[in-house]
Write a protein that binds this ligand. Structure first.
Ligand code: AMP
Length: 637
């Protein structure tokens, strides 16, 4: 195919994907590894890549311990409650105890964080969220990573991890191609930190046709975090924990600032409060621990995000939609009106544009909300990702195998969406996870764990052949096109994606079935997904380098989807009503299922094995941690 091979050798830490997780990893790797070779491979351009690329209006994970606001223990309790008890508390605690320092660094690097003069703290949006002027959040953080790394390779789509030919189950780098030049890139590295993204667009989105591509999470998040690690044989956890978001309709504008800061609230189409009427029955489904309709919730026990979705979905299905966000009251206050618009101008400009173009002025008209299609990710209110080791001082034996954030593949680490069981990390927590992973990766190298890695030419050649095969398929078969893009000898990436989205939607609980699935549907879905995977292997065609990118993104999405289906099938219960429903097991079954799910896909055979892992509650729920003495003014200085 005439593309050059570019080999980067002797890397100590290879960061794959430089969103917030990857940038944190590069930054911290340099701190602990002054003499180490640190290289970043990024699909887009590090200055505007990852989920934070478009900007953010809030940092959703900040303890404020120096202001006497929250302790890490409080955050573990919050995230645990929000995810109905199913989290890796060791990883969460470890992230929470370090996250504030990351935020303080962002401010030092130039990120404007709003300040509350009266309280002498950062301006809070809610208990965990602080408000920022964050349109340039990513470029600011990227600068630190660029200064830390020896080399940044932009425009590299990483397709596979390289494995050590001398020791089984040990990582040895990664390969991919440049999405502009087409060149084949080989990165030989002692460790790899995967900071690639979660998965948008594996489910049929609500917006199709002319609105296609307008989704909530970054559309370029192609599940590569999972695709890469699953293919390398890393164990995954909580992949059934797909997330559905309440969002402003069609623009997918987030609701956090509105609910928490503007204090707006929802109503049904008739202008009535509707949530509370669904809660008594729901409480019976999930148990009082998660929804106590009599005692109501303590402040550290907010109603889990999925359960709020449940009320929304059921009210709409009962024919009483649309659900409105009541903005008309808050927007009478000029300051709040300004915040409401700024929120989207700095973060989701499409929502502001959509309102303007459809004559919706939230001051005079309550905008519609919707529930999104499901996403597979691990940093918002959900925890899909790799089964990783925790830190040695906190983690029980089953959660610890030597190096913090290391997957079950030696030398392969994760951060952000890549790490499972750590919801509510958001941007700051993902960066922090990157830091933690990098520190451990350097230790792994210094301990000699990466010594003697061998990557033979055969592996490199095999991957090269695989990567460009879709272009070969196109070249060989293009004369068979019958009409338009229809060719009996191949499918193109768009056709493959349409197939994937339809089957995930219909068989694995997407929007058109109101998030409902069951074992029969999942088994059919798995069969059809198997055929799609087979078609991908034998007949995906790429007309050009851009389509080659789309082909490999589809591959990662297929691998992710298979894990989601397998996990959803494995759990015979509805663990998060409002995220998905198992119609054949509508109740939460805490007695038998107070566990985490762990999967393994055999890299040779593609066979899945599922197992349960113990769910340890490390942080006590009964005794709230003692808060530190307040040091407001002094702390700011
Ligand atoms: P969002 O803007 O929807 O992405 O959410 C930002 C933050 O606000 C996240 O930490 C959410 O979990 C939280 N959040 C959003 N809506 C609510 C709500 N109604 N009650 C409590 N927390 C919320």
């Amino acid at each position: 195919m005439g593309y050059s091979t570019v080999v980067e050798d002797n890397i100590d830490v290879l960061v794959v994907g430089a969103g917030l997780g990857g940038t944190g990893a590069a930054f911290e790797a340099r701190y602990w590894g002054k003499d180490k070779k640190i290289v970043i491979a990024e699909k887009a351009n590090i200055d505007r890549s990852g989920a934070v690329a478009q900007g953010l209006y809030a940092i959703n994970c900040y303890m404020g311990t120096r202001f006497g606001e929250n302790n890490p223990e409080d955050h573990v309790r919050y995230a645990r409650m929000d995810l109905m008890g199913m989290v890796r508390e060791d990883l969460l605690f470890d992230m929470a105890r370090h996250v504030d320092s990351a935020v303080h660094q962002f401010e030092e690097w130039g990120l404007p964080i709003m300040w509350d003069d009266k309280k002498e703290t950062y301006q809070r949006e809610g208990r965990w969220q602080i408000m920022i002027h964050g349109e340039s959040y990513k470029p600011i953080v990227a600068e630190a990573a660029k200064k830390s790394a020896d080399k940044v390779f932009n425009r590299i789509c990483v397709t596979h991890l390289l494995m050590d030919d001398s020791t089984a189950n040990r990582v040895a780098g990664a390969v991919g191609f440049n999405v502009r030049t087409g060149n084949y890139h080989v990165f030989k590295s002692k460790t790899v930190i995967v900071g690639a993204g979660g998965a948008s667009n594996i489910y049929k989105p609500r917006s199709v046709g002319e609105g296609a591509g307008r989704v909530w999470y970054a559309p370029w998040s192609s599940g590569s975090a999972y695709g890469l690690m699953i293919e390398a044989g890393a164990k995954m956890t909580q992949m059934e924990n797909k997330i559905v978001l309440a969002r402003f309709k069609d623009g997918y504008g987030p609701v956090g600032a509105y609910f928490l800061h503007l204090k707006t609230y929802t109503q049904n189409g008739a202008g009535e409060e509707y949530e509370s009427k669904w809660f008594p029955a729901l409480s019976k489904m999930v148990g009082k621990e998660y929804l106590d309709t009599e005692g109501q919730h303590l402040s550290h026990k907010p109603i889990p995000t999925c359960l709020r979705n449940h009320a929304f979905i059921n009210e709409v299905n009962a024919g009483r939609g649309p659900i409105y966000m009541v903005t008309k009251e808050a927007f009478q206050d000029p300051h709040l009106e300004e915040i409401g618009w700024h929120n989207f101008l700095g973060m989701t400009v499409g929502q502001a544009v959509l309102w303007a173009s459809t004559d919706v002025d939230p001051k005079y008209e309550n905008p519609e909300l919707t529930t999104s299609e499901p996403y597979v990710m691990g940093s918002h209110a959900t925890g899909c990702g790799a089964w990783c080791s925790g830190p040695e001082d906190v983690s029980p034996d089953e959660y610890f195998w030597g190096y913090n954030r290391m997957t079950t593949v030696q030398g392969l680490f994760g951060a952000g969406d890549a790490v499972g069981g750590t919801p509510h990390a958001f941007s700051s927590g993902s960066f922090t996870e990157g830091r933690l992973a990098a520190k451990a990766a350097i230790q792994y190298i210094n301990d000699g764990k990466a010594d003697g890695i061998v990557v033979g030419d055969a592996q490199i050649e095999k991957r090269r052949e695989q990567i460009y095969r879709p272009m070969e398929t196109y070249t060989v078969n293009r004369n068979h096109i019958t009409r338009g893009s229809v060719n009996p000898f191949y499918i193109n990436p768009r056709q493959g994606l349409d197939r994937l989205q339809k089957m995930m939607d219909e068989y694995c609980g997407g929007v058109t079935v109101s998030y409902m699935t069951n074992a029969n549907l999942l088994n059919i879905g798995l069969k059809k997904l198997g055929l799609l995977a087979e078609d991908w292997e034998t007949g995906i065609a790429a007309e050009n380098i851009h389509e080659l990118l789309r082909a490999w993104e589809l591959k990662h999405r297929i691998l992710t989807s298979e894990a989601v289906m397998q996990h959803t099938l494995f759990r015979e219960e509805t663990r998060w009503p409002g995220y998905y429903y198992r119609g054949d097991h509508m109740k939460l079954d805490d007695k038998n299922w107070h566990v985490l799910t762990v999967s393994h896909r055999d890299p040779e055979t593609g066979e899945y094995t599922m197992e349960k892992a113990p769910l340890y509650h490390i942080i006590d729920d009964e005794k709230p941690a003692k808060k530190p003495a307040k040091k407001k003014a002094a702390a700011k200085k």
